[in-house]
Design a protein. Structure first.
Length: 256
């Protein structure tokens, strides 16, 4: 598998993206700063079959990267910065037709979003918190505020090193989650569903929807949700199969 961990950084005067191959450990960095513009090289790098692994990459890094690639003939780092700012300003779950065009663009690479994998009831830790949890040796904030005007190569390189460190944290999380990723790959193949970037609970939701759809013949998943029966109350005994037995008195009373 040609799999790469990646992360982007966006400033008004600088764009950079770092990729690290999880097997060969090769690192590639693409930048736009001053006289250097490697957007064409970035487009060529992504123009073949590979899998990208990131943290919040499906909702942020990839749309921003696609905006740059698709408009590389005319867009500047300031244009990328404005697109990134608009994307961040949207409330969670919101989107626009423009953003959808970049988020769901037809590309040759596939993606795994580690953040979506570890989401619990809509709650996820920041990548910095992930670094702390993993006991990563270097956890740092942005070297400069997001709206800082990067003016020297020393400043640009400092941001690139920060970007590389974020990729290394993502790689460490990827290694920790490798068994879960392998399970998702097997389930995706087994049930012909895209499950790679889903949490455990959302995988359960997707499988239940698939099984119910196959049983009832209903293909529209949204109509299944709309037709859910609402109960004012229900009895636990109606939800437990008759062959289930409990040992404690407390649990036995639930069946009465």
């Amino acid at each position: 598998m040609n799999r790469w961990c990646f992360d982007i950084e966006v400033y008004k005067d600088l764009f950079c993206v770092t990729f690290k191959n999880v097997e060969s450990k090769e690192v590639k960095v693409f930048k736009i700063f001053k006289e250097v513009n490697e957007s064409e090289d970035l487009s060529s790098f992504l123009d073949d079959s590979k899998q990208l692994v990131g943290y919040n990459n499906i909702d942020y890094d990839n749309p921003v990267m696609q905006f740059l690639i698709q408009n590389r003939d005319w867009c500047s780092t300031r244009d990328v910065f404005e697109f990134s700012s608009n994307l961040i300003s949207l409330e969670r779950g919101q989107t626009s037709q423009e953003i959808k065009g970049y988020k769901y663009a037809e590309v040759k690479y596939s993606q795994i979003d580690l953040m979506k994998m570890i989401e619990v009831n809509g709650n996820v830790p920041s990548l910095k918190m992930v670094g702390i949890i993993l006991h990563w040796h270097k956890v740092q904030d942005l070297p400069y505020p997001f709206d800082y005007r990067v003016s020297t190569w020393d400043e640009a390189n400092e941001i690139v090193y920060y970007n590389i460190n974020d990729v290394l944290i993502s790689e460490k999380l990827y290694e920790r989650l490798s068994p879960e990723i392998e399970l998702r790959e097997k389930l995706s193949d087994m049930y012909s569903l895209p499950l790679l970037s889903l949490s455990d609970s959302k995988i359960g939701d997707k499988l239940l929807e698939k099984f119910y759809s196959e049983k009832t013949g209903e293909k529209n998943v949204w109509s299944l949700r709309d037709n859910v029966i609402q109960y004012d109350k229900f009895y636990v005994t109606d939800c437990i199969f008759s062959d289930v037995k409990f040992k404690t008195n407390y649990m036995k009373r639930m069946l009465r």
